[in-house]
Write a protein that binds this ligand. Sequence first.
Ligand code: IPM
Ligand code: MG
Length: 367
Amino acid sequence: MTNPSLLILPGDGIGPEVMTEVRKIIDWFAAKRGVTFDVSEDLVGGCAYDKHGTPLHDDTMARAQEVDAVLLGAVGGPKYDSLDFSVKPERGLLRLRKEMDLFSNLRPAQCFDALADFSSLKKDVVAGLDIMIVRELTSGVYFGEPRGIFEEGNERVGINTQRYTESEIDRVARSAFELAMKRDKRLCSMEKANVMESGILWREVVTEVGKDYPEVELSHMYADAGAMQLTRWPKQFDVIVTDNLFGDLLSDLAAMLTGSLGMLPSASLGAPMDNGRPKALYEPVHGSAPDIAGTGQANPCACILSFAMALRYSFDMGEEASRVERAVEKVLADGIRTGDLLNEEGATPATTTQMGDAVVAALDASL
Ligand code: IPM
Ligand code: MG
């Protein structure tokens, strides 16, 4: 049997630093669990632009289509701010999502017990929080045509188009219902059916798909009210399904409820490949954090937990995924924390390397 293959794209900023720590976890699995991945590494984002003049080389794109899973660090940085829109680092990520057709983006917002004090909300509002946002990732206003900046009379007009087909809504809704079935069987769909036709269609299709999942309690909310409810009492939600742009906003909001952007992983899943595994890309929710890049302060947990999601969703290794998640929890509970997870005066933050090593030690202790 061939080993499962993994393409690692560390990207820019803190991406390479946090990915170094993930490599330790991958090595640990090979050494201690007999699970060996065929790992290859390549460029995406600004570093790819520096080398190839494009944020994603065609060869890298082709490789991403072949492997069992892609693990990405982060893209972007101030150095690339003035680049033409078409070659900005973000375009590399968006191309991966679009061409791999990764329509279902899973963004868990989970509050780790040890970090409940960290939220800007009251502790009882966030303690034990465990919600999953399913964001549509390959359509909507991010990709709809027409788009561009055009001349109209004697001024310019900027245009983007919110566009959803029934089948695009259907497939992401199904993935959200499937997830809800494995969780608390509650799904809330968010759109703006009060002002947008695409929202009306969204609501109709989600309702229709819901008939195939009678056990799931389906509710609908306007996305603005959803944002308000997320900050008021987030624990009312189990799974949320929403479009690309609302999902971008709501997932940042939900992430911050947990008080620790540096802890949150994500999975972007597409249709099953010939081997039955979904096309998949895993990445931390945080960005490239150029302000701390290269200083050894970055929190590697979100990227490590993204690898755990890969174990669960691509490699059918849910037990091993939980092992990694528990190891991270143990490290936090033991008080080993990077600077983003510390608020006491005078506390010494762990470095990126120390944090990764501590997770490896916790994995050892789990055997
Ligand atoms: C995200 C990011 C991206 C997005 C950017 C980097 C293109 O904000 O993954 O949430 O807008 O989708
Ligand atoms: Mg975002």
